[in-house]
Design a protein around this ligand. Structure first.
Ligand SMILES: NC(=O)c1ccc[n+]([C@@H]2O[C@H](COP(=O)([O-])OP(=O)(O)OC[C@H]3O[C@@H](n4cnc5c(N)ncnc54)[C@H](O)[C@@H]3O)[C@@H](O)[C@H]2O)c1
Length: 371
């Protein structure tokens, strides 16, 4: 297999329930039209059929064979690789979730150090204004708010929210949520923090589409949290959706103590932590410590038997509930940068990402005692 500079190898995803893809048949075709060669690992998990990629000229390869691909072929994927200590000799483009000292961060980076590979983390590809070139935010907030409304509806029937499965499209999701709430979300009150961001706008959009009154969608961003938490306002809504981008230590938004102190009259029943800084030492919602999953979407906060329940949803791959639309949107936003990847040694978006990787690699080498 010959490689040249204009090649991408789309690897499979191994994270459970992940159906999205960093490249789609649409964007793969555009790359091929621009002269790229695209290898695509067969992947039954992916929302797109292998044949859709083949039809636009991609070369299909077997599932999970990227480790034996020539080391000069860049590997593109979406989420974390399965935990391992194997050295990584390739250049990877993906979300690695290890630059903010998340659990296991230094072990992941140590794999790149040992293999002399490189990581371009999709979370840190920024335009000249420092804004992400591609992000899943909108659909994450949209799906998170939907899951929150479904959890509230389940509790109203004395149940716990069960398995969540991807929806064919947005309309199907909205209809399902409205049905669960008895036809409309009218009367439900929600607070979205980070409402001006991508996730926040998605959450607000879902609440509007399921029929909440505009006054019942409380939208907070930096100005409203500047006074410092914890915030009693959070306890006075049915659903709180956290959508902030956490970049430094901030006062807690809500704590178990404030929840318990609110007593029996507490309105808050569901917290959706879209930001999901679960293992981040500065997590402003320290009332839970696990990421929930599509087959068990909620974790109950231990508030004792006397008080109303409080469920937390902390699923870190929410957009996969709308996999096709979310992938198409993300991949088309990423495409202009991917087209410049062969010039990554001089293109700013890539040189900035490489610099950040080197910095984080250095920290991991220290932390792991590899120097
Ligand atoms: N759970 C998931 O599946 C999922 C998917 C995508 C993104 N995310 C996460 O969601 C978070 C937000 O992503 P985004 O793309 O919407 O970011 P964004 O930058 O578009 O928006 C973040 C918003 O939060 C606001 N904000 C930051 N700090 C705040 C504070 N202390 N108080 C109030 N508002 C504050 C900002 O002003 C901004 O409007 C990120 O951490 C991202 O990793 C989660």
């Amino acid at each position: 297999m010959m490689s040249n500079k204009s090649v991408f190898w789309l690897r499979c995803e191994k994270k459970e329930f992940e159906r999205r893809s960093a490249l789609t048949p649409t964007t793969a075709k555009k790359l091929i039209d621009a002269g790229f060669e695209i290898f695509v690992e067969k992947d039954e998990q992916r929302i797109f059929d292998d044949s859709e990629f083949e039809a636009v000229g991609c070369k299909l390869v077997e599932n999970n064979t990227w480790p034996s691909a020539p080391s000069d072929i860049p590997i593109i994927g979406l989420k974390e690789l399965p935990v391992s200590s194997d050295p990584l000799p390739h250049t990877h483009i993906q979300f690695a979730h290890c630059f903010k000292r998340q659990g296991g961060w230094s072990e992941v980076l140590a794999r790149f150090y040992k293999g002399k590979g490189a990581l371009y983390d999709l979370e840190f590809l920024n335009d000249e204004n420092g804004r992400r070139v591609a992000a899943f935010g909108f659909h994450a907030g949209f799906a998170g708010a939907a899951a929150g409304a479904l959890a509230l509806a389940a509790r109203k029937q004395g149940k716990e929210l069960g398995l969540l499965t991807p929806y064919a499209n947005e309309t199907a999701m909205v209809e399902d949520v409205k049905n669960a709430l008895g036809g409309s979300g009218k009367g439900v009150k929600a607070l979205v923090i980070g409402a001006l961001g991508r996730c926040g706008r998605g959450a607000v959009d879902l609440f509007r589409k399921i029929g909440l009154d505009e006054d019942d969608i409380v939208k907070w961003d930096m100005a409203e949290t500047a006074k410092g938490g914890p915030f009693s306002e959070i306890l006075d809504v049915d659903i709180f959706v956290n959508c902030i981008y956490l970049s430094s230590e901030i006062p807690h938004f809500v704590t178990r103590d404030t929840v318990v102190a609110a007593g029996k009259d507490r309105r808050l029943r569901v917290v959706v932590d879209v930001s999901c800084d679960t293992t981040n030492p500065y997590n402003p919602i320290p009332i839970y410590n696990i990421n929930t999953t599509f087959d068990k979407p909620t974790v109950a906060v231990d508030v004792g038997p006397e008080l109303p329940t409080l469920d937390v949803i902390s699923i870190d791959h929410l957009p996969t509930l709308l996999p096709r639309e979310a992938s198409e949107q993300f991949s088309s936003d990423l495409l202009p940068s991917l087209l410049t990847f062969p010039n990554r040694s001089s293109e700013r978006v890539w040189t900035d990402a490489a610099k950040l990787f080197q910095e984080k690699l250095g920290e991991a080498v220290q932390a792991e005692g590899l120097a």
